[in-house]
Design a protein around this ligand. Structure first.
Ligand code: EPZ
Length: 417
């Protein structure tokens, strides 16, 4: 079921209740391994990355159920310490298991992870931090083997505020002897959510959201019931879709403070925004002016995961805009697909120059990664005529049946196969 057919030209009207954030739930699922008691996680979207992560948890020996948006996980001994290669290849988040498996079992083996093809995505920052905590790390034949016999708290400085490395180190430190400091830590809201989850299990973590996180290891952690933060990237994608196609949409359960850079940019174009603590309404009635410059940065800067959807909006805005992608080195694969639809974009290294056109034309395009695929859906809804999107499975990794979400807003999307 991996091809979408979109009839373009509809504006979007309606409302949507945003579910839990994929990038909060994935590390939280991994963190549930830190206790042998049951953890419940609610309001979870039924998306491929979540289901693949649960498959990995089952392969380690955890008891897992996922019904009616609620995940229940209970991982009692004996547990396996090795993540099957074919599963690790499915998603980047398999690397999040290194920390909790090490903390719980004392050793771990995880194949180099897969996930979106948006860059080399090395693990050097993860590995350097683990080694500073006394963990022996060996890599052979694409598998990372770790031994945590000498695990202890440490003072760690990250070379780059890596989200995954910050999360891995928070998890392994929560059961390590002594205090761990993670400096130059990632500040994304999902990091704070992981802190809150570990503390709900009886952990001692503080400082998340700032540049230094302090973790005091405890002897053991207990189960808990948790509702993760809403998905700021899904919320942002839908707002950009409405800004691109025109119309009026309202999002509930979204936390506007998590997408301030986007809301600021959209308010500077032709959109009218009404922002409340639990509801964001966007009205777009005419073609907006292009943004002079869009630069992606670690949080609280503009999120790299919304760069592709923004490129679609900029491709049909008035005037020329420049995009600089500072986080991933190959996050412009969507450009050649948008050009097939009549966009006028040129790329040099990490910079894209986007000359806005009045209309896009429907075409046969292919999704290469999750957020690029979502951006092509927006382009297809805006374009004149019909668009087909191959490899829609990439989109299903982070959006729960995107065709249903958009059709509820008035789009015309069919899933062909
Ligand atoms: C997380 O990926 C997210 N994924 C990504 O979302 C998101 O784009 C990214 O953070 C940045 O916000 C999940 O949370 C599951 P990083 P992660 O480690 O942890 C380099 C989506 O669409 N780096 O912060 O992999 C890396 O190559 C996905 O939902 C190293 O060099 O991101 C990249 O250039 C895509 N060495 C930069 O840092 C390392 O050891 C940011 O990576 C680790 C990272």
């Amino acid at each position: 079921m991996s091809k979408l057919l979109i009839k373009g030209g509809s504006s979007l009207r309606g409302e949507y209740r945003v579910k839990a954030a994929k990038n909060a739930v994935l590390p939280i699922i991994a963190a549930s391994l830190l206790t042998n008691e049951k953890c419940e996680i609610e309001n979870v979207p039924n998306i491929t990355d979540i289901n693949n992560m649960l498959k990995i948890m089952r392969s380690l020996g955890a008891n897992v159920s996922f019904e009616e948006s609620v995940i229940e996980i209970e991982s009692k001994e004996p547990l396996r310490f090795s993540v099957p290669t074919e599963l690790a290849k499915e998603l980047r988040s398999s690397v999040f298991l290194l920390g909790p498996v090490l903390a719980r079992i004392g050793k771990a083996a995880v194949a180099y992870p897969g996930g979106c093809d948006i860059g080399v995505r090395p693990l050097d920052i993860h590995i350097k931090g683990l080694q500073e905590m006394g963990i022996a790390v060996e890599e052979s034949h694409g598998v990372i083997y770790c031994d945590a016999t000498r695990l202890k708290g440490a003072d760690i400085m990250l070379d780059f505020p890596s989200v995954g490395a910050t999360e891995n180190l928070m998890m392994v430190a929560s059961l390590a002897k002594g205090r761990t400091r993670i400096r130059n830590a990632a500040k994304e809201p999902e990091i704070t959510d992981l802190q809150n989850f570990i503390n709900a299990m009886g952990g001692k973590v503080s400082g998340a959201g700032g540049s230094t996180i302090v973790i005091d290891g405890v002897k053991e952690l207990h189960g808990c019931h948790y509702r993760p933060i809403p998905d700021r990237i899904v919320a942002g994608t839908l707002l950009i879709a409405a800004a691109t196609c025109g119309g009026k949409i309202s999002l509930f359960d979204s936390q506007p403070e998590h997408i301030e850079p986007l809301l600021f940019k959209l308010s500077k174009s032709s959109c009218v925004l009404d922002v409340r603590s639990d509801k964001i309404t966007l009205i777009a009635e005419r073609r907006g002016r292009n943004f002079d410059k869009l630069e992606t940065q670690p949080y609280p800067g503009f999120p790299t995961d919304l760069q592709s959807p923004m490129m679609t909006l900029m491709a049909v805005s008035e005037g020329t805009g420049v995009i600089v992608e500072n986080i991933f080195e190959t996050r412009f694969r969507i450009v050649r697909e948008l050009i097939k639809m009549g966009a006028r974009i040129t790329v040099k290294d990490r910079t894209a120059i986007v000359r806005g056109v009045k209309d896009l034309e429907g075409a046969a395009v292919s999704a290469g990664d999750l957020r690029g695929g979502a951006a092509l859906v927006i382009a297809g809804m805006k374009a004149e005529g019909y668009t087909t999107i191959e490899n829609a499975r990439h989109i299903d990794r982070g959006y729960e049946r995107i065709e249903d979400i958009m059709n509820d807003f008035g789009a015309d999307i069919k899933r062909l196969q």
